[in-house]
Design a protein around this ligand. Structure first.
Ligand code: PLP
Length: 424
């Protein structure tokens, strides 16, 4: 039997990794005179070396053409975002006409709720996960208030069973059934930011639809991390950011998805801006708004070209690597992380693994809860060149990602962690 916890296994896995050369395409942070083990792809993905050139192309066209860069140059700005729709649609399992790149995640969540949260006096509740990311909680609360509802009454949170952090699909469906006459919207994250749990998008959407509710998802921790099939699963809308697994830089331009079936609704409620006006009409400067026949109808403003260029650089890498290949490596890296972490805990339990053990319910992220000295462990990891993420009150999150992390890094991390927890 090969020993999957040995360094030789990690080294061999790296040698046989068809994606091993992709690490070279990224800048790896340098800490304490060596390359850091960067396990923060779930927070801010690393910078592709090609990003600066892609952004520079825009700067050069701006210098050469001024405003005429919209029509001339290497990649005229007027239609720049079009080339990004197909690659990003592939990653989230959508059709290109269902995708728009605009704004930031929280802004897009608000814009989507303007269109898809249509409460009536009797049907107004929003069903979501307990401990959703705080920005999402503020969005739900402010949207409920905007419509004149009391947030405490309007927001139904589905909690994990006592003693666990994982929310069962059955409990989500029960909450939907219980509120079948009073809920208007079901809005979950696809991957919970704290535990790394992957929610069952297909089942949640089907249950919401069965009782006449709209189903939306926040893909912040899912886009570029796990396989998504938004169109096939008939999700109504979704939003995501591109700075985590999609490596497009701090404050990157975000995305939104609107299911094709909603694109034909002439009277859909939407906040309009001139960039959502069909391009054939946009520059006539007339009063009439003719919505783009795609999700781009939701675009309000002139797109930020430098941010689109950074996303462009990243999506080229995803295209070259092949998202299917990335998902395969992600599964192997994640299985390897679990194997080594379970091994550390084999005799003495030093931490709880909050993330589900089942591969179908997890992506890159693993969340470790420490009952004591968690902050010290986090700081010791950092001193040893391992960059992880600390979430109050007691959780260390790691996310080994397939584009630039190696099996050997996972091995080294587990050895460092073992020596910290066993000497504490
Ligand atoms: C799940 C989730 N939702 C929303 C946000 C907020 O994103 P933004 O600051 O881009 O609006 C984040 C940020 O990390 C997040 O993780």
């Amino acid at each position: 039997m090969p020993d999957n916890t040995a360094l030789t296994y990690a080294k061999e896995s790296d040698i046989n990794d068809p994606l091993k050369n992709f690490r070279e395409k990224f800048y790896i942070p340098f800490l304490h005179n060596k390359n850091a083990i960067y396990f923060l792809g779930n927070s801010l993905g690393l910078q592709p070396k090609s990003t600066q050139d892609e952004v520079l192309n825009i700067m050069e066209d701006w210098a050469s053409y001024g405003v005429e860069g919209f029509f001339y140059g290497k990649n005229p700005w007027l239609h720049y975002s079009k080339q990004l729709l197909q690659p990003i649609a592939k990653i989230i399992g959508a059709l290109p006409n269902e995708v728009v790149l605009m704004n930031h995640l929280t802004v897009n969540l608000h814009l989507m709720m303007i269109s898809f949260y249509n409460p009536t006096p009797s049907r107004y509740k929003i069903i979501c996960e307990a401990k959703a990311f705080p920005s999402d909680q503020y969005v739900f609360e402010s949207q409920a208030k905007l419509h004149g509802f009391n947030a405490e009454d309007a927001i139904v949170e589905v909690s994990p069973k006592a003693g666990t952090e994982i929310i069962s699909t059955d409990d989500i469906i029960t909450a939907i059934e219980k509120n079948k006459d009073s809920a208007a919207l079901v809005l979950f994250s696809a991957v919970n930011y704290y535990t790394g749990q992957v929610f069952d998008i297909k089942k949640i959407t089907a249950a919401a639809h069965q009782y006449g509710m709209v189903a939306g998802f926040d893909l912040a921790h899912a886009a570029g991390n796990i396989a998504l099939h938004l169109h096939e699963d008939e999700v109504d809308f979704a939003c995501w950011c591109n700075y985590k697994y999609l490596n497009s830089g701090p404050g990157a331009i975000a995305g939104a998805y609107v299911n094709e079936k909603h694109l034909q609704h002439k009277n859909i409620k939407r906040l309009n801006g001139w960039w959502g006006n069909d391009v054939s009409n946009r520059f006539k400067m007339e009063k009439t708004f003719t919505p783009y026949p795609t999700a781009e109808a939701w675009q309000l403003s002139t797109p930020p070209l430098m941010l689109l260029a950074a996303l462009h650089a990243s999506l080229k890498i995803f295209e070259d690597a092949g998202f299917e290949n990335l998902l395969q490596k992600q599964k192997k890296l994640s299985a390897y992380s679990f194997e080594l972490l379970n091994d550390i805990n084999a005799e003495n339990k030093y931490f709880e693994i909050l993330t589900p053990q089942s591969p179908a319910e997890r992506g890159c992220q693993v969340s470790l809860a420490f009952h004591q000295k968690g902050k010290e462990v986090f700081e010791a990891l950092s001193k040893n060149g391992v960059m992880t993420d600390w979430r109050e009150p007691n959780v260390i999150r790691i996310a080994p990602v397939p584009l630039y992390n190696s099996f050997e890094e996972v091995y080294q991390f587990s050895e460092i962690l073992k020596s910290i927890v066993t000497s504490n």
